[in-house]
Design a binder for this molecule. Structure first.
Ligand code: FRU
Length: 449
C-alpha cells in the first residue's frame, strides 16, 4: 500500500474533501472523496488512508462505493464518530435523475437528489457496502427546511445528552444555510433548527463543521459563490466564532468571518479530536492541474484549531513539529519528504523558497507564486493576510507541490499548491534561517496489516 509523509496526496487520479476524520482504535483514519478512474472529478467513492501519528500515511484503497438506490451516483462527503467500540460513518448519497449523456460520471443540469446515509464498521477497515447502508435522512421534501438537491455533508457530534448533526444546504432565496438535527440513538434523526447569514455569504454552504473549544464555539463552512470578483475559485472556506445552544439548536453567527486559510486553495476542511483532546483540522488543497506524476488533489497538514476571543488560530500539530525537528544547515540535506524553514521578517524583507516569494509589507504577509504556478485566468497568485497583531515569525513547511506558511504560530496561514519549485531558500538579508527535516522515523504505521 502506498505510503506518504507530511502532506497526504491523491494515491492516483482525483481526490477532494477529507471525510470521516477520526482517531479510532489506535489509528487516525482519514477518508476522502475519490474518483478512482481519472484525474478529474466524477462518481464519488470514499478512499481511505490511515496513520499512527498524523505524519506517515498509508493509503488503504476504497472504503465506500456506490451500491444502493440512494448513493448509486456517488458517496459524497461526511463524517465519523465512535460509539460502543464501533465506527459510524455518515455521508451524503447522491442519485442522478438525469445522467449527462456525454459522461456517465456527471449529471445533467443539477438534476439529482441527496439523502443522508450511515454505515458502521467493527474495526475501521471493513465496510459492508452491499448490506450495511441505511438511510437516516431521506431527500428533503419541505422547501422551507432546505433543498432536495443541494443538502449534504453531514457532520455529527455528541452533545451533553444526545447526538447532533449539521448539514449544509441552500434556502429558497439561494442563501447558504446549515440545518441542525438531533438524535438519541444515532438512527432516528429529527430536524430542529437552521442558521444562515443572507446574500453576502454564498448561495450554498458545503461541508459545515461545528465544535466547541476552550475559547468558545467555532463554525466552519465552505460557501459556494462567496467571491464575486472574477476569481477562479469563488468557493472558499470560512470560519466564525459561533454560539450554539443545544436545547434549541439555535446558532448565533456574527457578521465577521476569517478565511480558514489565506492562500485561497484550501477548501472543505473537517476537524476531529486527537487522543489528547486537541481539535485537529484537515483540508483539501485544490490544484489547477495534475502533478507531474499524474495525480491531483492534496491535504494540508493537520492543524490544531484554537479560539482566543473572537480569533481562530490554526497551529502546526505537535506531532508534525516533533517529526520535522532534525536541524540541517543546507537545503540539500532535506529529505525528499520535505522540510521546515523558520525565520523572522521585518517590514520590507522577503524570502524566496525555490521561486515562491514571502514578503512582509507593513504588518501583513504577502506571498507570490507567479513563478511556480500555471498562468490561469483568475488564479490566485498573490495572497495576503490581514494585519498581524505582534511581530512576524514565519514557519514554512514545504514539499514538492505544497507550501504552507504559518505566521505567528497560526495567527494566519497561507497554503499554496506549487509546481516546479526550485531547491533553494533565500532570505534577502543576512538573517538566520533555521532549517529542519524529518527525523529518523519509526515504522509503526505498518503495524496490523
Ligand atoms: C465540496 C463538495 C461537497 C460534496 C463533495 C462532492 O468540495 O462539493 O459538498 O459532498 O464535494 O465530491
Amino acid at each position: 500500500m502506498k505510503r506518504q509523509r507530511l502532506h497526504l496526496k491523491a494515491p492516483d487520479n482525483w481526490i477532494n474533501d477529507p471525510n470521516g476524520f477520526i482517531y479510532y482504535k489506535g489509528y487516525y483514519h482519514l477518508f476522502y472523496q475519490y474518483f478512482p478512474y481519472e484525474p478529474r472529478w466524477g462518481t464519488m467513492h470514499w478512499g481511505h488512508a490511515v496513520s499512527r501519528d498524523l505524519v506517515t500515511w498509508e493509503h488503504r484503497g476504497v472504503a465506500l462505493y456506490p451500491s444502493t438506490h440512494e448513493d448509486r451516483n456517488g458517496c459524497f462527503s461526511g463524517s465519523a464518530i465512535e460509539e460502543d467500540g464501533k465506527l459510524y460513518l455518515v455521508y451524503t448519497g447522491v442519485r442522478y435523475e438525469v445522467v449527462n449523456p456525454e459522461d456517465p460520471h456527471t449529471c445533467l443540469d443539477e438534476q439529482f437528489e441527496s439523502a443522508q446515509l450511515m454505515i458502521t464498521s467493527e474495526d475501521g477497515f471493513h465496510f459492508d457496502n452491499e448490506e450495511g447502508k441505511t438511510v437516516i435522512i431521506p431527500p428533503l421534501t419541505d422547501k422551507k427546511i432546505g433543498d432536495r438537491t443541494h443538502t449534504r455533508d453531514p457532520k455529527i457530534w455528541k452533545g451533553k445528552d444526545r447526538w447532533y448533526l449539521i448539514l449544509g444546504s441552500t434556502m429558497e432565496e439561494k442563501y447558504g444555510e446549515v440545518l441542525f438535527y438531533q438524535s438519541e440513538d444515532l438512527h432516528t434523526w429529527t430536524y430542529v433548527n437552521k442558521a444562515w447569514k443572507g446574500p453576502d455569504y454564498g448561495w450554498m454552504w458545503e461541508c459545515p463543521d461545528f465544535f466547541e473549544t476552550e475559547g468558545g464555539g467555532v463554525l466552519m463552512v465552505s460557501p459556494m459563490g462567496l467571491l464575486k470578483n472574477g476569481e477562479k475559485e469563488t468557493n472558499q472556506s470560512i470560519c466564525f466564532p459561533a454560539k450554539f445552544t443545544e436545547s434549541t439548536c439555535r446558532m448565533e453567527i456574527p457578521d465577521q468571518y476569517q478565511f480558514t486559510d489565506y492562500g485561497m486553495d484550501l477548501y472543505a476542511p473537517q476537524t476531529t479530536l486527537d487522543p489528547e483532546g486537541r481539535r485537529v483540522m484537515e483540508g483539501w488543497i485544490r490544484m489547477p492541474k495534475p502533478a507531474e506524476e499524474g495525480w491531483i488533489g492534496m491535504f494540508c497538514l493537520p492543524r490544531i484549531v484554537e479560539r482566543k476571543g473572537n480569533h481562530i488560530y490554526f497551529r502546526i500539530h505537535p506531532n508534525v513539529r516533533a517529526a520535522y525537528s532534525k536541524e540541517i544547515t543546507d537545503i540539500s540535506c532535506a529529505s525528499k519528504d520535505g522540510y521546515m524553514a523558520v525565520f523572522d521578517l521585518e517590514d520590507g524583507e522577503q524570502a524566496d523558497i525555490g521561486g515562491f516569494l514571502i514578503k512582509r509589507k507593513g504588518n501583513r504577509i504577502q506571498t507570490d507564486r507567479t513563478a511556480v504556478y500555471p498562468s490561469i485566468k483568475g488564479a490566485h497568485l498573490v495572497s495576503e493576510t490581514p494585519e498581524l497583531t505582534n511581530g512576524c515569525r514565519i514557519e514554512v513547511l514545504a514539499d514538492k507541490n505544497l507550501i504552507e506558511v504559518y505566521i505567528n504560530d497560526g495567527e494566519y496561514v497561507i497554503s499554496n499548491a506549487v509546481y516546479g519549485i526550485g531547491d533553494f531558500i533565500k532570505v534577502n538579508i543576512e538573517k538566520t534561517v533555521h532549517l529542519y527535516t524529518l527525523k529518523e522515523h519509526d515504522e509503526r504505521t505498518r503495524g496490523e496489516e
